[in-house]
Design a protein around this ligand. Sequence first.
Ligand SMILES: [Zn+2]
Length: 277
Amino acid sequence: MPRVLKRIALVVFFLVAVMAVALYAVYFWRAPLPAAAPHARVAPVISTIPGLTACWVETGKTFSNFSFGATAGTILVKHPAGDLLIDAGNSSHFDDEIRSFPLGTWLKLKFLAGQLKPQAPLPNLLRRVGEDPAKLRWVILSHAHLDHAGGLMDLPGMPVLLTREELQFANDPKVQAKGYVIAAHTQKFPLADVPTLRFEAKPYETFDESADLYKDGSVVVVPLRGHTPGSVGIFVNLSPKRRPGTRRHSRSWAQRVQEILSRRAAELRFRTIARLK
Ligand SMILES: [Zn+2]
């Protein structure tokens, strides 16, 4: 081997070794996190509510034949007191909404979130799976990002549940300039000083605050700040007897849903793909 090649190989080896040590230092020598503050742990009493069901309605998907595929959609919760949508997927007007962004932002939006653009407006997709959009009472967003809020553009006049923190985040011009939240979507949100979702100091599971949407324990919202300042987690308490995860020897709920999603996503476009009674 020529001398110069040997030197290059040595330099490369040295650089790789330094990078490996640096990675080790960054990932394994981190200071341990401080202990979590003490908090309540309240096991909720879940009562069976006749007619309460939930299903995932896919609105968009990409690379669904691969393990890195993605799906977007909404969870329809059918409740005797009026149906709820959890998230709304992308907007059917996605391309128009991102048109005026600078090229770099436009490319990011177009080739990431834009890949999950729905082929039809959300009410049409609900009708295709045999559901009636007129029965919708409200929509709750896990957070205000464009790929969760866009479907609101086709649901005029629908009450949208959002916290004050998330409304402030969504109305921040810097957040909108990056394309994380689309200004047109915020027109469908409540005003920032009139939030439609407020937590009570009522512990639920391991959360110190909660909001019981229907006041019957069927859908309970908790703060899940992090992805955005006002992200929320939503418990949908279907009948304990009929939840797959509660059966003995069965796989976990998450595994089963994941299997259903990945198996059925390839087969059924715009159909109800997981009905979790
Ligand atoms: Zn997000």
